[in-house]
Design a protein around this ligand. Sequence first.
Ligand code: SF4
Length: 99
Amino acid sequence: MIRFSVAVMRGCFGGCTFCAISAHEGRIIQSRSQASVVAELEQLRDQPGFTGVVSDLGGPSANMYRMRCKKPELEAVCRRLSCIYPAICPAWTATTARS
Ligand code: SF4
C-alpha cells in the first residue's frame, strides 16, 4: 500500500495521549513544498510496476497538509500538547494557509 504513496507532511496537532506521533514528529505540522511533492511523483511515475495510481498523499495520521496555527508568534512559544483538545484553540485554523 505504501510503495506508491507520498508523504506530504509530518507531525500531528492532535496530541492524543495513546499516540507518539506528536512526540516524535512534533505538534507543529511541517508541509513539503508543491515542487518537492511533484518531483517525487515524477520519480514514482518512472518506477517499475507503477500503474498510474498513487495510493496516498498524506501524513502519519491524517492529511493535515499546511494546517497550522493562525498566529506564528503564539505558535513559537505555545506549550499546549494539543491544538484541539480539550477544546479547539481559538488560534487554530482548519484552512490551509496562514492569513
Ligand atoms: S496557540 Fe493554539 S493553535 Fe496555536 S499552536 Fe498553540 S494550541 Fe495550537
